[in-house]
Design a binder for this molecule. Structure first.
Ligand SMILES: Nc1ncnc2c1ncn2[C@@H]1O[C@H](COP(=O)(O)OP(=O)(O)OP(=O)(O)O)[C@@H](O)[C@H]1O
Ligand SMILES: [Mg+2]
Length: 397
């Protein structure tokens, strides 16, 4: 198989084999080390060419203080199989994405060794995205030492991203995100997080409102400028504007109006000269509740733009749950101080983006359906698109 050229089973076995660690380490658990300063394990061997570093905050703690750990029940063949499946899924969609996921997988032996990962459990999600999301029982990174639930390694096969540094900064500011470390290995960005038990959020109006209140309460901390990481955040003008244009085209293709004035407004707001750090992808998929009911946030797109963007995107997204974007936005703005004079126009822009993106998703669903004329099980999509377009007209003219 092609993938075996870059990650052979033997290579993974060699890296994960408990026998490569001294007996004293093999028989002790991570918590034993944490509680016993004299029994520090030796630093693991660094394979040639490996460069593990925290990317932004200048800390080199990972470079110097990994500890070897007992690997528990790691099953290299299981890991290899999971990787192969993910690559196959990604490759079916897009050859460029396949090259990315292969690069991510190729960096894995180094990461496993240097982050002291052991006891591979499973992929966290099975989908066709070109990134790896792997759960392990143990890790050897000091910042995550006291985590009993294990660790999640997320690896992208492309350029350094701001997701890790931004979430880490927000954690320091009191926003509820997983504890994590991040860095870059051979041009692949990675994040190592604590694994968090969680339950998805129900799409009830009660939940929509209560989650809105919590997010708005984090708004000031999230959107306060962060000079040390600004250079790894991606401006909205480069990331979201092209997407907005594609969504406006999708709306036009289905006979809806998307006037030029809307495009002018999108350009104006996305290229704002008031850049703040943004999550950029607030949605129910990236939020969950811990067993104690508190909210946890994942997966920041780590963008840079006007701080109202997160509130506007979130409010537009809740249209699918039957919520009024205007009401949700007003509720958010009653907590986070926001410049209302321009904020509502940005909400209009986001409503266009969301309506177009629902339209694209619906077309994709229909084209992949064996029974294209069957009743759409997601009829509420129509209502959401109408709601969003109506709101866009009322705000953008
Ligand atoms: N640290 C974690 N602990 C427990 N579950 C997690 C953790 N990180 C992610 N997950 C789960 O995996 C899902 C997908 O993760 P995430 O949102 O980070 O990536 P993604 O959306 O699949 O990828 P991308 O970054 O390409 O958008 C999350 O919605 C969450 O359910
Ligand atoms: Mg996500």
């Amino acid at each position: 198989m092609a993938h075996e050229r870059w990650l052979t089973r033997r290579a993974v076995v060699a890296l994960l084999r408990p026998k490569t660690l001294p007996r004293a380490i093999r028989t002790q658990s991570l918590s034993t080390y944490a509680g016993c300063p004299r029994a520090q394990p030796p630093a693991p061997r660094r394979p040639p060419g490996c460069c593990v570093r925290t990317s932004v905050d200048g800390s080199d703690s990972l470079r110097t203080s990994f500890s070897g750990i007992a690997f528990g029940v790691t099953s290299p063949s299981w890991l290899t199989r999971c990787l192969h499946e993910q690559i196959t899924r990604v490759g079916r969609q897009d050859p460029q994405a396949e090259a990315q996921i292969k690069r991510a997988a190729a960096s894995l032996p180094h990461l496993i060794s240097h982050l002291g990962l052991g006891g591979f459990v499973d992929l966290l999600v099975r989908d066709d995205k070109p990134r790896l999301l792997l759960r392990f029982e143990h890790c050897g990174v000091p910042a995550l030492h006291r985590v009993d639930s294990g660790a999640v390694l997320k690896v992208y096969g492309d350029q350094p991203r701001g997701e890790g540094p931004l979430l880490k900064e927000w954690g320091r500011r009191g926003v509820s995100v997983p504890r994590l470390e991040s860095g870059t290995t051979n041009s692949c960005s990675w994040i190592l997080m604590e694994y968090i038990e969680h339950a998805p959020i129900a799409l009830t109006s009660q939940e929509c409102l209560s989650v809105t209140d919590v997010l708005a309460g984090w708004g000031d901390a999230m959107h306060e400028s962060a000079a040390s990481i600004t250079d790894v955040l991606r401006p909205l003008g480069d990331t979201i504007l092209p997407r907005w244009e594609a969504c406006a085209s999708a709306l036009r293709a289905t006979g809806r109006a998307a006037p030029q004035a809307w495009h002018t407004a999108a350009e104006f707001h996305y290229r704002s000269d008031r850049p703040a750090p943004l999550h950029g992808d607030l949605s129910f998929a990236n939020l969950a509740r811990r067993p104690d009911g508190t909210l946890i946030m994942f997966d920041a797109s780590a963008l840079l733009g006007p701080k109202e963007f997160d509130a506007a995107r979130w409010s537009a997204r809740l249209a699918i749950a039957g919520m009024s974007p205007l009401d949700v936005f007003a509720r958010w703005c009653s907590t986070e101080a926001i410049d209302a004079s321009t904020a509502y126009e940005l909400l209009g822009v986001e409503c266009v983006l969301e309506a177009g993106s629902l339209e694209v998703q619906r077309l994709q669903r229909r084209s992949s359906s064996l029974t294209p004329h069957a009743i759409d099980p997601l009829q509420y999509v129509d209502a959401a698109i109408d709601n969003l377009i109506h709101t866009a007209h009322s705000l953008l003219g």
